[in-house]
Design a protein around this ligand. Structure first.
Ligand code: CKP
Ligand code: MG
Length: 307
């Protein structure tokens, strides 16, 4: 049995300084759903990732890295478009600026027929994000087709609003529709407000989102930790303070932590604890996924010592 996640994986070029003056870039890979897949694999949850890549070096790198991390890769190679790219510059205080070069990319050309690449995967849970429907009409249709195809399995939806891809106003109805079909919704408070604009605070937002359908709503509050509403019960968890190198990928790590414990049948408190710790661990690395914890990292609090 396996989690299936689908979306666009990208090449990542990053620098610890302003890109206007940097002379060197480090190369890596990213893409929210691919990051979540790696996080799940590292925490011992079987997982498959499905997406389109270009017939190019970046695409081969994405596939190789995911495979090396233990993800069952179901890549559709698109000879007519390149693998997308993002540039990431980070200042000394961990503030990160992201620029996409993904318009017309292979990942954004994801189409419903690509779902056949998942044939044979024993899907027990489907994970999607709000990034995929922002990429193109066919990518949006693929998310809907996946929800139809695996309609019997639990679905998680990470809002992951990207204002560089679409406005909150345009995205909100799509997010509400996905939340209504999901069993688990993940959102930052700002994202939760796109789903529940009248919410007074994170708990109120979670309750309003739960009223759309999902039994589990998890609101990520950054330095203030996280709040989970599961079957009407609220649980809060403080953040783990760490030396922040780069927060990109922290949300995906959090999601992977929650989902790993969920599919392994662990209780709500354990899901939230692993999620918070995974999110913190991810902040200590410059790469989008390299800081994702293995089980032993969660058991060794020294790796996450407060600064
Ligand atoms: O919400 P997160 O910071 O965890 O997401 C990071 C990823 O897919 C990153 O790897 C990037 O490629 C993206 O989100 C994106 O499309 O922005
Ligand atoms: Mg996120």
């Amino acid at each position: 049995m396996s989690v299936l996640t689908l979306g666009e994986a990208l090449g990542v070029l990053h620098t610890g300084e302003s890109i206007a003056h940097a002379s060197h870039l480090r190369i890596g890979t990213g893409g929210s759903e691919a990051n979540v897949a790696i996080g799940l694999a590292r925490l011992g949850a079987p997982v498959a990732w499905l997406g389109r890549t270009g017939d190019d070096g970046l695409g081969r790198r994405v596939v190789r890295e995911l495979r090396a991390e233990g993800v069952d890769v179901r890549a559709v190679v698109d000879p007519a478009a390149p693998t997308g790219l993002l540039l990431k510059e980070t200042d000394g205080a961990g503030r990160t600026e992201v620029v996409y070069h993904r318009r017309g990319s292979a990942g954004g050309r994801l189409a419903p027929e690509d779902l056949a690449a998942a044939d044979g995967v024993p899907v027990e849970h489907l994970h999607v994000t709000g990034i995929t429907p922002a990429l193109s009409a066919s990518a949006a249709a693929t998310v809907d087709a996946a929800l139809d195809r695996w309609s019997g399995v639990p679905v998680s939806f990470d809002v992951n609003h990207r204002s560089r891809l679409w406005s909150g106003e345009t995205a909100a109805p799509a997010y509400r529709a996905l939340a209504a079909r999901a069993d688990v919704v993940f959102a930052g408070f700002d994202e939760a407000l796109l789903l529940a604009p009248d919410a007074a605070d994170p708990e109120d937002a979670a309750r309003r989102i739960a009223a759309l359908g999902p039994a589990e709503v998890v609101v990520k509050l950054g330095e203030d930790g996280a709040l989970a509403l599961v079957d009407g019960e609220v649980l809060r968890m403080p953040a783990v303070p760490v030396r922040v190198v780069d927060t990109v990928g922290a949300g995906d790590a959090f999601v992977a932590g929650w989902l790993a414990e969920r599919v392994l049948g662990r209780p709500v408190e354990e899901r939230l604890r692993t999620a918070v710790r995974a999110g913190a661990a991810a902040c200590t690395h410059a790469g989008d996924w390299e800081g994702l914890p293995f089980r032993r990292d969660l058991e060794a609090p020294v790796a996450l010592e407060p600064v």
